[in-house]
Design a protein around this ligand. Structure first.
Ligand SMILES: Cc1cc2nc3c(=O)[nH]c(=O)nc-3n(C[C@H](O)[C@H](O)[C@H](O)COP(=O)(O)OP(=O)(O)OC[C@H]3O[C@@H](n4cnc5c(N)ncnc54)[C@H](O)[C@@H]3O)c2cc1C
Length: 397
């Protein structure tokens, strides 16, 4: 039985996030983006609204809502700015849900519970200067020493690098085993030998914090190994199934923002004696945005449906992420086009949308990686098995 209705609780959640974005994010975005300023108070406010653990079970400090509720939060936040959706993507999608899936009870109590309450912030360190799409090319190492592991290496392009308290970090415990020799660790910012540095001069997500992590003989207790030694690659891929879902949902929010701005401008601006919205070639761009939004949402909510059932969803999530981010990138390009020269200035928000729309086409699997994945599924070169520790099904509400 298919059901396209949201629950009353989900509708209220959307209204809550929308009001918050309208009141506390949008009025500041031009300035924050210009200054390249990430406001950490936004995360505190999201915590007060119980959103930092929206889909984490109540027993671990969260709100206990389902995956499509997480999608709603991401959509509405990215309608404000991609920076804040990205923060939720790494905190909940890549970190907290990964702890929920792979963590021991002690790890959940120590790290997940404060993260779900928003008292601590989580992030995800996989990418390195010489390893992005090719995860097995990482060179960070973790060497066992008594009851600890000693981490050495460097990560780059890590969201919330200067903000997060806890990071899930991937390192080789046995390089000879290739990707089966990667392990995952929970690293705290306060551990001696850890440092971070923001990257300046980004094209977009300027109001976000992105940068490098350095590990100089960081001693991590063995209790902070996530999963088993050698399970890091599998853990990273399962984390990406959740992260990509949040990115896809956020892209729908960016399309909504493009539509809002463009529809308003279509009614305001007149050429050749009529509103530009009356010109068919402008209508074509508006129609494409609407089609992109509706198709992306269907893919996102379908992936959410599978996640709620605890079913493997790598294929569906990859498709949703690929399509939604491409549609959002195109919608932002068209939104600038509709605004003509004004769209080229930060007097209007659409140039920020265009700059922000690019990173999601690169992170959490580039457009090319998702294209290859989809082709391989169809050609039968790639098949998914159910994962160990699949999250339990959410209760139908
Ligand atoms: C704003 C931002 C935030 C980020 N946040 C995080 C984070 O929090 N944590 C984290 O770990 N990482 C993060 N990243 C990094 C991101 O995940 C990587 O940039 C991404 O995985 C791509 O890797 P790369 O940049 O090294 O590109 P590469 O892998 O070097 O790819 C370069 C180009 O080659 C193409 N390519 C590569 N392999 C193939 C292939 N087999 N076939 C066809 N084409 C191919 C790619 O599609 C791309 O066009 C972030 C990036 C950005 C921009």
């Amino acid at each position: 039985m298919m059901n396209f209705d949201f629950t009353q609780e989900q509708e209220m959640l959307r209204q809550t996030v929308r009001k918050f974005v309208d009141k506390e994010i949008l009025p500041h975005m031009k300035e924050w983006d210009e200054r390249g300023y990430f406001d950490p108070n936004i995360l505190k406010r999201l915590a007060e609204l119980d959103l930092m653990g929206v889909c984490i079970p109540e027993q671990y400090g969260g709100m206990g809502m389902d995956y499509n509720s997480l999608a709603i939060v991401c959509e509405e936040l990215e309608r404000g700015d991609t920076a804040f959706r990205t923060a939720v993507s790494v905190h909940i999608g890549l970190n907290s849900l990964t702890l929920l899936q792979w963590g021991t009870e002690e790890q959940k109590q120590k790290y997940l519970v404060p993260q779900a309450k928003g008292e601590k912030i989580g992030a995800f360190g996989l990418t390195e200067p010489n390893a992005g799409s090719d995860v097995a090319a990482i060179s960070t190492t973790a060497v066992r020493d008594g009851d600890d592991y000693i981490l050495n290496g460097q990560k780059t392009w890590i969201s919330l690098c200067d903000i997060a308290d806890h990071f899930i970090v991937f390192a080789y415990t046995d390089k000879s085993k290739k990707h089966r020799g990667i392990s995952a660790f929970i690293v705290e910012r306060t551990m001696p030998g850890f440092s971070s540095r923001a990257i300046k001069g980004k094209l977009g997500i300027r109001a976000g914090n992105t940068g490098e992590l350095f590990f100089d003989n960081v001693r991590v207790p063995k209790e902070n190994l996530l999963g088993e030694e050698g399970e890091g690659f599998k853990i990273a891929m399962s984390a990406l199934d959740n992260g990509r879902f949040t990115v896809a949902a956020g892209a729908c929010g960016l399309i909504m923002a493009c539509l809002e701005a463009s529809v308003k401008y279509c009614h305001e601006r007149k050429t050749f004696g009529k509103e530009i919205g009356r010109h068919q070639l402008v209508q074509q761009m508006i129609a494409n945005m609407e089609a992109g939004l509706q198709m992306s949402r269907l893919l996102v909510y379908k992936a959410g449906f599978l996640k709620n059932k605890g079913r493997r969803n790598t294929r569906e999530t990859s498709l949703a992420k690929w399509m939604a981010c491409d549609f959002a990138n195109k919608a932002a390009d068209d939104a600038v086009q509709i605004h003509g020269a004004y769209g080229y200035s930060n007097e209007y928000p659409v140039e920020r949308y265009l700059r922000n729309s690019k990173a999601p086409v690169i992170y959490e699997g580039t457009r090319e990686i998702h294209t290859i994945m989809q082709a391989e599924y169809v050609l039968g070169y790639r098949q998914d098995k159910p994962l160990r520790n699949m999250l339990p099904a959410w209760e139908e509400k």
